[in-house]
Design a protein around this ligand. Structure first.
Ligand SMILES: CC(C)(COP(=O)(O)OP(=O)(O)OC[C@H]1O[C@@H](n2cnc3c(N)ncnc32)[C@H](O)[C@@H]1OP(=O)(O)O)[C@@H](O)C(=O)NCCC(=O)NCCS
Length: 386
């Protein structure tokens, strides 16, 4: 600032974050767009701003999100009219089907995955996101539940994936759950011929079978713990694929048709469904990643056959990562068996425990404390992310 410049007056009104005049509302369309325009600086770096705004609007229309599957939330002053009030904090919640099992008794319900938690820079550090989250948590417990709709009777828990470490959300009651992954580099080396690629039309029957197997698995629990799982349904995968197709069409003017790979040995098939996610320009520092949304081993044992099958599937993923210019292939929360198998493949890889980004977090609404010790989050893989 020049020596004689008048002192700048920043006329921003900062209401007290505890004020009763603040409340949580659903934004108007204009307010949604305003929110996306501001958070584009954080989450739109792979796209131009108009493309990012288009993507966010488009993502409200895809299966899972459409018909109120997604809900947008803003913290505002109740005395100010829509479109003229400051948006002090914002987020969204996406409804997803879940299973809960206790000693083999399986019930269905919904969860809400909270995403895009945001406060614009000028409003940060004043407790607005805290206020929003403290109000939202109990609302979600009954949000869109309906005793007359099978599968929608209860919302036993809500989830989120923290990108700001393990502490912020846990203080509100979203408990930190295992958040690890195995990371493999892209590779152009030819894969063994024993795996086949999966495209869109291959996925629905595989997802249906996966859902069925998971139900059976949960019906066999007997350890007095509560086991919870998001359903790895086709719609869950599709939500990621619609996003991927939109983003790749903007970046590459085409979209990938290979959505996974399978090694088809009867009775012990191994398959992976994946998506490519772009967080910034096509450079290693952007962290663009081919995420395995869901990895299934029909016969999950530490056998040489599984080593070969998993290797063949992962090699196709690595080849796709190379082809689509992402920096790594990630498999979230691999089981002990899968870790062992990956080691035996001889493929270069790293085992990572995440401390900052994508920390899977769950708030339990049922009986008990809902600590990560009491609640076992089964199939806690990337498909559940939002
Ligand atoms: C994270 C965010 C929503 C917090 O909003 P806010 O209204 O400033 O939050 P509050 O005032 O309620 O709380 C501030 C706290 O958040 C913490 N916080 C903010 N950003 C953080 C980060 N990147 N890592 C860890 N903690 C963070 C602050 O340290 C502060 O902690 P304190 O209460 O112990 O002092 C806001 O900083 C933001 O929009 N950031 C960019 C987008 C983002 O990262 N969103 C989270 C995605 S999971």
């Amino acid at each position: 600032m020049g020596e004689n410049a008048p002192e700048e007056q920043v006329l921003v009104d900062y209401p007290d974050s505890k004020s009763p005049s603040l409340y949580l509302k659903n934004p108007t369309q204009e307010e949604k767009v305003a929110t996306w325009s501001i958070n584009a600086a954080n989450w739109g770096k792979a796209l131009s701003e108009p493309d990012y705004l288009e993507r966010e609007a488009y993502l409200t229309t895809v299966p899972l999100a459409k018909d109120n599957g997604v809900t947008h939330w803003i913290l505002v002053d109740r005395n100010l009219p829509p479109n003229e009030r400051s948006i002090l904090a914002s987020c969204e919640s996406l409804r997803k089907p879940v299973l809960v099992s206790h000693n083999g008794v399986v019930t269905e319900g919904i969860t809400h995955g909270i995403g895009s938690v945001f406060s614009q820079p000028k409003f940060r550090g004043k407790g607005y996101a805290t206020r929003m989250l403290r109000e939202l948590a109990p609302i979600l417990k009954t949000w869109q539940t309906d005793p007359n709709i099978p599968g929608r009777e209860t919302c036993p828990f809500s989830i989120l994936y923290s990108d700001i470490g393990t502490k912020y959300y846990s203080k509100f009651g979203w408990e930190v759950h295992p958040s690890t992954h195995v990371a493999l580099p892209p590779s152009s080396s030819p894969s063994s011929s024993s795996a086949k690629t999966l495209s869109y039309t291959d996925l629905p029957p595989l997802c249906a079978l996966d859902e069925q197997t998971l139900r059976t698995q949960l019906s066999q629990t007997s350890d007095n713990k509560t086991h919870v799982a998001l359903l790895p349904s086709y719609e869950q995968m599709q939500w990621h694929h619609k996003r991927e197709d939109f983003v790749t069409s903007k970046i590459f003017s085409k979209s990938p048709t290979i959505k996974g790979a399978i090694c088809d040995s009867p009775g012990s098939r191994v398959w992976a469904i994946w998506t490519r996610a772009y967080y910034g320009p096509l450079k290693p520092e952007s962290g663009n990643t081919l995420h395995i949304l869901r990895l299934v081993l029909e016969d999950e044992r530490d056998t040489q056959e599984n080593v070969e099958s998993l290797k063949a599937v992962l090699q196709i993923a690595q080849r796709e990562a190379e082809e689509w210019k992402v920096s790594e292939v990630d498999v979230w929360n691999p089981s002990q068996v899968v870790r062992s198998l990956v080691r035996k493949t001889g493929l270069e890889h790293e085992e990572v425990e995440r401390k900052e980004e994508s920390i899977a977090s769950l708030m339990w609404y049922g009986e008990g404390k809902g600590t990560a010790d009491e609640i076992r989050w089964v199939a806690n893989e990337k498909f559940g992310w939002c």
